[in-house]
Design a protein around this ligand. Structure first.
Ligand code: BGC
Length: 417
């Protein structure tokens, strides 16, 4: 365990060495699952679409380079594709693979929150599955207590110094991360971004929500809420609470939201920022309500912002008088929806950011970077984005969403009733 990163925040590591008996001679079998982002554009609210389940089995012969560029092997694998929603494809590959050197994959998140615990679970699950398939792999998960750009950079630096085999990072500042991403790549360590992107960096891919489109989905849900609650009025003020003024996911969500509600005649207030401090978010929400008694809506950009608005609205005795739209679907997000205090949430699929992030980085070590990236990301390298998608959840479709989440294998800490 790395003391330095321990001091900086919360750390979890899983590790198990697996002895490979007849290592070089016997090919081991690896099960690799991949969600291939959809063909039909963004899929906000796809839970409502009729389920399309199709299983295709084909045999593929592939040539790829393992380890040093000189070693080339030809393998035969069986690919089974299951289309579980119009835009999500789950591929299972049973491949004969050569045993790898011990791998250490690092996942760096943004704050201590149940949202990130789900990413942690996805990362750990991927590590366990790869171990079952015979890989010698350690997965480390780390988050700072709240937004902390220097701590993220320091953790990246220590992973590089420790010779990690791959890093998935959610940069709170997409510019500040650029040099350390370059440093990792120069050291031969593949880096991808998850949850929030740094497109101006040399990161190999981004795996997460299309945050602009998710912001658009939130804006649409807000207009619907205002209409249904009888609060629609030209010039109505909408407040915004967020945890970052630098992270791209925050900036893109706010932009997408504004691009929907402003043309409809609403005035979006300057965001109040808590730097991923939930207690501060509540204070700011209460202060905003007091300063703007005529608010018609409130938008929670990060996972704890919706619950903060809900509590502040409740405490101010304004339930039903302010429409709230939020992000994410942990218990604290869902309870106020059940209680009719929050109208809708844009639920991310962050479990898969951890799960596929770890699988992609591990397989990049085994198959070569390009082969693994091409396997997981359609049209790579022209496209470097693996879109995990979102679901727009309201009281009326909570049960259907719950069933969908359970069916996809995501952990859930709430019940729909
Ligand atoms: C965002 C994360 C953030 C989390 C908790 C999520 O909505 O995607 O970037 O760290 O909320 O604040």
């Amino acid at each position: 365990m790395n003391r330095k990163t321990e001091e900086l925040g919360f750390n979890r590591k899983i590790s198990r060495r697996k002895a490979l008996s007849t290592a070089a001679k016997v090919a081991i079998s690896a099960v690799v699952a991949g969600v291939v982002a959809g063909v039909g554009g963004y899929y906000a609210g796809s839970y409502a679409a009729p389920p399309l389940i199709k299983t295709v089995t084909e045999t593929v012969t592939e040539t790829r380079t393992i380890g040093a560029a000189t070693v080339t092997t030809t393998e035969t694998k069986t690919v089974t594709s299951t289309v579980t929603s119009p835009t999500t494809v789950i591929r299972t590959v049973t491949a004969a693979v050569a045993p790898t050197k011990p791998l250490k994959i690092g996942v760096i998140g943004k704050s201590v929150h149940p949202y990130w615990s789900v990413v942690d679970k996805g990362s750990a699950k991927a590590g366990e599955e790869l171990k079952m398939a015979g890989m010698d792999i350690t997965v480390a998960f780390w988050v700072p207590y709240k937004e902390d750009v220097p701590a993220q950079l320091k953790t990246m630096e220590s992973y590089i110094a420790e010779g990690y085999s791959g890093i998935a990072v959610a940069p709170s500042d997409p510019d500040a991360i650029i040099p350390v991403i370059r440093k990792a790549l120069d050291a031969g360590i593949p880096v991808i971004t998850i949850d929030t992107d740094a497109p101006a960096s040399d990161r190999l891919a981004y795996l997460g929500t299309d945050n602009y489109m998710a912001g658009v989905a939130a804006g649409k849900a807000m207009l619907e809420a205002l209409e249904k609650m009888g609060l629609a009025r030209p010039g109505g003020k909408i407040a915004v609470g967020t945890g970052s003024l630098t992270a791209r996911n925050s900036i893109e969500r706010m932009q997408g939201f504004r691009d929907v509600v402003e043309p409809a005649g609403y005035k979006v207030l300057e965001p109040v920022c808590d730097y991923e401090d939930a207690a501060k978010a509540l204070e700011l929400a209460a202060a905003t309500l007091a300063a703007h008694p005529d608010l018609v809506g409130a938008f929670g950009v990060y996972a704890y912002n919706g619950p903060a608005w809900a509590r502040a609205v409740e405490e101010a005795g304004k339930v039903g008088k302010i429409a709230i739209v939020e992000f994410d679907a942990t218990k604290e997000n869902i309870e106020p929806i059940k209680a009719g205090i929050i109208y809708a949430t844009v639920a991310q699929r962050q479990y898969f950011m951890g799960y596929y992030g770890v699988k992609l980085l591990a397989l990049m070590n085994q198959w070569g970077w390009e082969s693994a990236l091409k396997f997981y990301i359609p049209r790579y390298p022209a496209n470097k984005i693996f879109d995990t998608g979102v679901d727009v959840v309201k009281k009326e479709n909570l049960k259907a969403y719950y069933e969908e989440v359970v069916a996809r294998g995501e952990p859930v800490d709430w019940t729909p009733d």
